[in-house]
Design a protein. Structure first.
Length: 278
């Protein structure tokens, strides 16, 4: 039985989270110790999920046991014909599946993700069959995925369903390693090397122990974020969907982090007069 003081602290803690004003239109935060929902906002609404899709692409690829060291090429058909988004991976580049997965997850490259589904064992059709089977296996009954990148607004889910995807993806060491890596260098077309960076600006931030991460953005989906974090000894999964500004999801994440126990360091400012005096 909980002691009265501890019960009061827990009530205040959960109450603070539930009362938080979020920019994200759909959100959920789950305490992984007991599965308790600490925060919920329109968590059962079905909405586009943008590049959060790529976590499913990665899981299905790794499940296939495809040779991750095999070279695949980036071809014309891997170009984004829907949104005409830019890519730093030139057509004609040859890279291993492992490198393509790195670019798809860490820097959310759409051509890399498209190439992974196109070269999936058995082809694109087999890839989509595997995705549907994975959704059923994970109990993601409110999720639909039509393609591998997340560019299609028909890739939809709920914040509650995405908790299942985040926790499933965390069981793949390759995915957790890549999504929490801050940067990597990959050799592309003509032997030229290019440095790629993580799209999550909280990776590497002092005090943040991030266990899994994926960002997403399209006009239909808004700014999205999946993270599993460990803050002040507590593990939590947070899903933020449809923030109307890219910076808003980071503000939401930071505010949630503070209530989970993250303490932002405040550097003391020393006035010029004080420095001269000493």
């Amino acid at each position: 039985m909980l002691k009265p003081k501890l019960l009061v602290v827990l009530m205040l803690y959960c109450g603070s989270l539930s009362a938080m004003q979020l920019s994200a239109q759909n959100a959920i935060v789950v305490d992984e110790r007991n599965g308790q929902v600490l925060l919920e906002k329109n968590a059962d609404a079905v909405v586009p999920i943008a590049s959060l899709t790529k976590l499913m692409t990665a899981m299905v690829l790794l499940d296939s046991k495809a040779n991750m060291d095999e070279k695949i090429s980036i071809e014309e058909e891997d170009k984004d014909q829907l949104k005409h988004s830019r890519s730093h991976v030139p057509i004609g580049s040859s890279l291993t599946r492992r490198e393509a997965l790195q670019l798809a997850l860490m820097s959310s490259d759409n051509r890399a993700a498209a190439a992974l589904s196109r070269t999936y064992p058995g082809g694109q059709g087999a890839f989509m069959v595997a995705v549907k089977s994975k959704l059923i296996a994970l109990g993601m009954g409110h999720t639909v995925i039509r393609e591998a990148t997340g560019l299609s607004p028909e890739n939809t889910s709920t914040a509650a369903d995405l908790v299942k995807m985040a926790q499933a993806a965390s069981r793949y060491p390759e995915i957790t390693d890549i999504t929490t890596d801050s940067e990597d260098s990959v050799t592309l077309k003509n032997g030229l090397s290019r440095e790629f960076h993580n799209t999550n600006r909280l990776i590497g931030k002092k005090g943040w122990d991030i266990l899994l991460s994926k960002t997403g953005f399209t006009n239909e989906a808004g700014a999205c974020l999946i993270m599993r974090v460990k803050l002040a000894g507590k593990k939590a999964t947070m899903i933020l969907l449809n923030a109307r500004a890219g910076s808003a999801r980071w503000t939401d994440a930071l505010n949630i982090g503070k209530l989970l126990g993250y303490k932002e360091e405040i550097k003391a400012k020393i006035s010029r007069r004080h420095r001269r005096h000493h």
